[in-house]
Design a protein around this ligand. Sequence first.
Ligand code: AMP
Length: 364
Amino acid sequence: MILAPGATIGILGSGQLGRMLAMAALKLGLRCHIYAPESDAPAYDAASERTVAGFDDEAALARFAEAVDVVTYEFENVPIGCVEFLESRKPVRPGARALAVTQDRFAEKTFLSGLGLATAPFRAVPDAAALAPALAEIGRPAVLKTLRLGYDGKGQAMIREGSDLPALHRSLGGGPMILEGFVAFDCEASVVVARSLEGAMVAYDLCENEHDRHILARTHVPARVAPGVEAAAKALAAKAVEALDYVGVLAVELFVARDATGGARLLVNELAPRVHNSGHWTIEGAQTSQFEQHIRAIAGWPLGSPARRGRIEMSNLIGDEADEWRDILAQPDVSLHLYGKLETRPGRKMGHVTRVFAEPPHGG
Ligand code: AMP
């Protein structure tokens, strides 16, 4: 089903990504209806309709499905039952399969390795008793992670020599988990790709990502990686979206590590079935932003060019950094996006800043 201008996109989730998706939809003559449990959140300002209700409220979901032409989600922790319910009424892009694979870390790593893509070594840890035998196979250091609801370093713990295993397991809530070998990476990177309803694909240039206390702090494009790494990253992202029969934007989070001979080796850490923090620079820095690209894809429209306009430096404003917003706005060569209220909360991302530098001509 292809949307006509004037049609309404339903977005599950009300955060900053939903806000920027809704802004991109407006530019294309489309309307957005946000569905989320929060009564106050960044996305509502940019949408023409809202439903404030739980993701398990079937009466509200049925009314929402009636009111929209296509449904998408802006975060991967939407309950799968909610997406399946909506899918029986309206197209949901990307669909329940992509969500099911990406919201469970074990299902995700199993899917990736089934495709022949390298990941950290991993084992299932269904309960506390399974941790020691899994660790014996993986070795130390290792990273123990909850299967679900982990982000920005939450829901994970390092296991080193002397770690108290039962205490670590309890500290993460005691449920089923995944144990991963620790990857001594050179850098972290991400590739943002889009796939259209007809299966056309485009990839943005590889992003090099610096984290601060597990939260994405800065992104550089082009990534400072060895020749061939960028093409390999785009090829593996294409493989993943193709295998998921994916429609929309997806981000692949990567570790750039070394193989035994010192050559670069790419490992996939995670797939995000949505627009991604590391892709915010595309608003000013690319011909088509990741947000517009996602809207085009789920509307059944042709994708836009991902061509980059220059060398990019993007930083996220986290907590107190957002207090500098007036000074940042006063700089002529930067663009600033703020997502909503500036009541700074520790660790809360309040906006991002992008600088686009002219690149020397090829060979310069
Ligand atoms: P995640 O919640 O899986 O996205 O992980 C958050 C961050 O923790 C990553 O961006 C890495 O910096 C680090 N990390 C996660 N898994 C591993 C691993 N297996 N080895 C090394 N670092 C990791």
